[in-house]
Design a binder for this molecule. Structure first.
Ligand code: ARG
Ligand code: ZN
Length: 881
């Protein structure tokens, strides 16, 4: 096993390869234990490179069985193979030459799920970021683009289906029980986009005609018998293809687009050219087994991977430091797609909730890094919420600063200038500068400075002069490797609301550039004066969450309630209510900690109930309003010396107060929001289910009896309602007979549906309280637990560590010790998965000192272990630094 080989890679050391790769021909003879791979690569020396420079190829855990130069064996004196490189000397000075490398692989024992591996008897590959080097020696970096031909030979009975990138060339029976197929991808691509799938799968077929009239065959491959569950994914794919034509002017470019769903996958999905490979969790859905959230995720991830065809594949990254070039931009595109398919405001609320609960903590802890980092030890650890979600927010800010039309012009220029290239963030930004004539130098600090900026605002009104003055100040907190920061360009959308709820129209503004409703904050301190303001206004800041910042603005509950009633921006209404709730929850946590009575503000209860019961508002929005900030959100707001038990107790008390006060409203919602007729996964129906379930959970809370939840469980006719009812039972009444019965019924009914059983594990892993650890331990010996399936491990171990604040952060430190042992065990099989789950401890330094002490010991225990992977060792070292 490789131990700790991760060398630090620095952006400043980037230089192009010495040799240009022109073409690749790959032949796979598939076998579970002895797959033979022959890679023929045509190279030529780049102009100006020394004639004696050797060719250095990347490798990882490879067994090489042959090496030829122009079909002649390379003598041992002219090459050297180490653990991770193959160096070949004595190559032609200028003429092209062919290198043939033959390797032997064992897909079946590849538990890292990188390179070529087996999942449920299917051969499949995952090459991003550096998995191709586990297949053959190769210049495995994104700036090496080549045209690939792939020949696949396999046993015909067990692998009737042979797939790779591009267009199908042909195939034939080989007469010995084997057959072959050939694929040719005309689009030059980096190796991380290579894919191969072989096995016996069912297929759902459809077709799409592009705007210019190209007919594209669409195929989604799933396990036999699961074809009906791929219908929604197919629908989402066709909508994505159409949307990308309409909104970004991007057409698909091959005759076929394929998606394969597999059950063992480290991440969500992968955008391999023409052959996307998906975690089946993001493909398979039907009403009986998928929740509304599952449907929304499938829609978003199908779109995301499809959109990569232009933002990622046609235009790719020069090096892995530029990962946000494709990921941040593609997340932005999938966010916009979902916003167009669903309710824009509700989608934005969900995005911001996710950003604040995942990315803000990352940016505030030991793993903080810039959206475009400058160094890494293990690139797999940089597929982070900062690169993806903050990267998307940065793209969104460009659109906000430039406005719709200039943003579009910049995107068009990007596609025109860089199609077929491997480029950098600087290239991307230059397109928007050229299209708009605007200098984005200061703005680009968003890519380079880590940490969530803090904006403080105070307003004063001068009645005599009818002016309103805002004093704004920004600070960016220090982060690892970056102790001091320069002021950023922060585009803040805002409005000044007058007491009657209308919006003030200032006659003049000084002190800041204002475009439309965007205030451009560019200095460390800025004073902005608005004239012609008839009475003291209530400022509403960061409409639509135009900038990913923390905003400190002391505002009374009454002022927040005014925003919640009158803002024209629906997101801002939710934001005001959420801020009001957060103030109260922080106070409640402090009261719980010191044993004082917990006080719930009447203004909060009134405002929440008013919004929840307001039939003019869409149900999904009302449900978002009713869902209080999470324990993580409260902890982040408190910032340091956190006690998760106090946060939990405070939050429960506020929930109880709202539940009691709102009984009638909630009962009405449960009645009015029930749906009849067949299940439909659309956003409106999902919104009604969400609001009904929010109402139900408050009612159950007020009741103190499991009856209503048990009834909901028995009468549910879709997975959203069923899993919600089970969650209510398990979380509120973990020891009740009703809960044990429901858990047993659920398990029995879905025992052969892995994705649903993942929910069964996750619901139990999130039961609040110290005793859940014992439950989690017991569940690990359940026959349905499977330590080698990433989804299953994430659903139990991952969910417990990421989403159970009271259970995981037990005061005796047992949660951390448990996790440490799990991480060490998982690491022996799948380092990427282990490293990812370990990031659940990223906020350990903000815990109170007893817990923080236990957390540190657990991290040190991991750090001390021998044979740690580079993945885990990178994370644990950064967390302890
Ligand atoms: N590019 C894929 C996606 O969009 C993620 C693949 C990451 N894989 C990995 N092994 N790090 O979203
Ligand atoms: Zn992506």
């Amino acid at each position: 096993m490789r131990t700790n080989t991760g060398q630090i890679v620095h952006l400043e050391n980037y230089r192009p390869t010495d040799f240009v790769l022109e073409r690749v021909d790959l032949t796979f003879e598939l076998d579970p234990r002895e797959t033979k791979v022959e890679a023929r690569m045509i190279f030529h020396r780049r102009e100006g490179v020394s004639p004696s420079a050797p060719l250095v190829l990347d490798g990882d855990e490879l067994t090489m069985t042959g090496l030829l130069l122009d079909q002649v064996a390379v003598p041992g004196t002219l090459y050297e193979a180490t653990d991770d490189t193959l160096t070949i000397r004595g190559l032609p000075e200028a003429a092209p030459f062919e290198i043939t490398v033959t390797t032997a692989l064992s897909p079946e024992t590849n538990t890292k799920l990188m390179g070529l591996y087996r999942t449920s008897d299917v051969y499949c590959t995952q090459c991003e970021a550096e998995g191709f080097r586990r297949i053959t020696y190769f210049p495995d970096r994104p700036d090496v683009l080549a045209v690939y031909t792939v020949n696949i030979i396999a046993d015909k009975a067990s692998a009737p289906l042979l797939l790779s990138n591009g267009n199908y060339l042909g195939g034939a029976d080989m007469g010995d029980g084997r057959h072959f197929a050939s694929w040719f991808d005309p689009h030059p691509k980096p190796s991380y986009l290579f894919a191969l799938v072989a096995g016996d799968l069912g297929v759902v077929e459809d077709a799409f005609t592009t705007a210019s009239g190209r007919d594209v065959a669409l195929k989604i491959y799933v396990e036999h018998g699961k074809e009906p569950r791929a219908a929604y994914a197919m629908d989402a794919l066709k909508r994505s293809m159409k949307w990308d034509e309409e909104v970004f002017g991007r057409e698909y470019d091959l005759d076929i687009f394929m998606i394969v769903a597999v059950s063992d996958f480290n991440m969500g999905a992968m955008e391999n050219k023409g052959l996307n490979i998906f975690n089946d969790k993001y493909v398979l859905a039907d009403p009986e087994t998928a929740t509304d959230a599952d449907y929304a995720n499938i829609e978003a991830i199908i779109a995301h991977e499809y959109f990569h065809n232009w933002t990622g594949n046609r235009i790719t990254c020069r090096d892995w430091f530029q990962l946000c070039l494709k990921e941040g931009l593609t997340v932005y595109r999938d966010h916009e797609f979902s916003a167009d398919m669903r309710s824009r405001a509700v989608k934005r609320i969900a995005e911001v909730r996710h950003l604040k609960s995942e990315q803000f903590p990352e940016d505030a802890g030991p793993l903080a890094h810039p959206v475009r980092p400058t160094q890494y030890r293990e690139i797999n650890n940089f597929y982070t919420t900062t690169v993806y979600e903050k990267g998307s927010e940065v793209t969104r800010m460009i659109a906000t600063i430039l406005g719709r039309d200039l943003f579009k012009k910049g995107m068009d220029l990007y596609f025109e200038r860089h199609d077929g290239q491997a480029v950098t963030i600087e290239d991307f930004i230059a397109c928007f500068e050229a299209a708009s004539g605007r200098d984005l130098k200061q703005f680009s600090l968003w890519y380079h400075q880590a940490g969530t900026p803090l904006v403080t605002a105070t307003g004063t009104y001068d009645a005599a002069r009818q002016t309103y003055t805002l004093s704004l100040e920004q600070t960016v907190p220090p982060t690892p490797g970056q102790s001091s920061k320069a002021p950023m360009h922060i585009p803040l959308r805002f409005g000044l609301l007058l007491p009657d709820g209308s919006e003030a129209r200032p006659s003049a503004v000084s002190g800041a550039e204002i475009t439309g409703d965007v205030l451009h904050l560019t200095e460390r301190k800025q004073t902005v004066t608005f004239s012609g303001i008839p009475s003291e206004p209530v400022p509403s800041f960061n409409r639509g969450f135009s900038a990913p910042v923390n905003l400190h603005l002391t505002q009374s509950a009454e002022h927040r309630a005014l925003i919640a009633r009158h803002e024209t921006d629906l997101f801002a209404r939710w934001q005001a209510l959420n801020a009001m709730a957060l103030d109260n929850l922080v106070k409640a946590a402090a009261e719980a900690r010191t044993g004082q009575p917990i006080d719930c503000d009447d203004a909060l209860v009134d405002a929440l109930l008013a919004a929840a019961g307001d039939d003019r508002l869409e149900p999904a929005f009302r449900s978002q309003v009713m869902s209080l900030p999470s324990e993580t959100d409260i902890g982040r707001e408190i910032g340091s010396n956190n006690d998760p038990d106090a946060i939990y107790a405070g939050r429960q008390a506020i929930l109880a107060a709202i539940a009691t006060a709102g009984k009638d409203t909630f009962a009405r919602l449960v009645n009015e929001m029930s749906l009849s007729g067949p299940f439909r996964p659309d956003a409106d129906s999902a919104g009604r289910r969400a609001l009904r379930n929010s109402g139900l959970s408050y009612l159950v809370y007020a009741d103190g009896s499991p009856d209503k939840a048990a009834d909901a469980f028995s009468s549910a006719n879709n997975m959203t309602d069923l899993s919600q009812a089970l969650t209510l039972l398990a979380h509120r009444f973990p020891d009740a007979r009703e809960t044990a019965d429901a858990l047993a019924v659920f398990k029995k009914r879905f025992a052969d549906n892995a994705l649903v059983i993942d929910k069964w594990f996750a619901i139990q892993a999130t039961i609040p309280g110290a005793s859940t650890l014992d439950r989690v331990r017991a569940l690990m010996s359940d026959p349905l637990f499977n330590a080698s399936n990433p989804n299953r491990v994430r659903s139990l171990v991952g969910t417990f560590a990421f989403a159970n604040a009271t259970g995981f952060n037990r005061i005796d430190g047992e949660g951390y010790r448990f996790l440490a042992r799990q991480i060490l065990d998982i690491d022996t099989r799948n380092p990427q998965l282990a490293a990812r789950i370990l990031t659940s401890m990223r906020s350990w330094r903000s815990l109170e000192k007893i817990r923080a002490g236990h957390a540190r010991s657990a991290l040190e225990e991991i750090a001390r272990a021998s044979n740690l992977s580079a993945d885990v060792s990178d994370i644990v070292d950064r967390m302890l630094k």
